[in-house]
Design a protein around this ligand. Sequence first.
Ligand code: NAP
Length: 242
Amino acid sequence: MKYALVTGGSRGLGRAVCLKLSAMGYPVLINYKSNSEAAQETKSLIEEAGGNAELMPFDVSVQSEVEKAVDEWQESHPEDYIAVLVNNAGIRRDNLMIFMQDDDWNSVLNTNLNSFFFLTRRVLKNMLSKRWGRIVNMASLSGIKGLPGQTNYSAAKAALIGATKALAQEVAARKVTVNAVAPGFIATDMTKELPEDELKKMIPVGRFGKPEEVASAVGFLVSDEAAYITGEVISVNGGLYT
Ligand code: NAP
């Protein structure tokens, strides 16, 4: 059976992506770091809608944890494979560069970028041998435009876009597509402390986006209809500069 793994599936965009992929028929592996209650809520929402989900806690920024979790899951599911991988888990630690601490830089790069390498390399083997896979990376407007106060986050997301385009060309012949979605301002825990009333004046659509509006773009990229789209970045940002 083909499974979908969504990192950071406990809350926010990841939860909406889990629900979308479940509605498309995938059993979903819900990764998260520490918020078991929120992850369990995502699982319950999937089950209430008639889908199947398993919790898969691990820290995406720690290579040994990533590989152990995937290896253990694979051992207990010898007939199945992770056919859809959504690299969504992310954090931000904003500060002007002159004030930025080593840990602000390293934790953002490890969680938003190095996690992509740790997890994708491990999961890719089966996608290539089964000759079908979908990888969607959660980038950001910040990785396209660059945002002041986010040199760490912009660097991680821009690199993720570069990696998306490079990997897409490596694996296209095996029917594995690799794309990115670049949200603008979406209403989640990550943006709840931002001055929404001020910021939405800059957004042509005039509001923050909803997690479901990002999840629908991910769902499209995962669908068979998107088989000829790879190495692409879809912005979901209400018309904000790209
Ligand atoms: P969020 O509400 O803060 O949720 C973050 C999710 O990532 C949670 O599920 C969290 O798990 C998980 N996570 C964080 N660090 C992790 C780690 N080391 N290992 C495993 N899981 C980890 O964030 P969001 O707004 O949904 O953002 C999701 C993605 O979209 C991120 O990559 C973010 O950069 C990107 N994005 C968001 C926006 C926006 O406006 N919201 C815009 C552009 C891009 P726990 O629940 O266990 O903490």
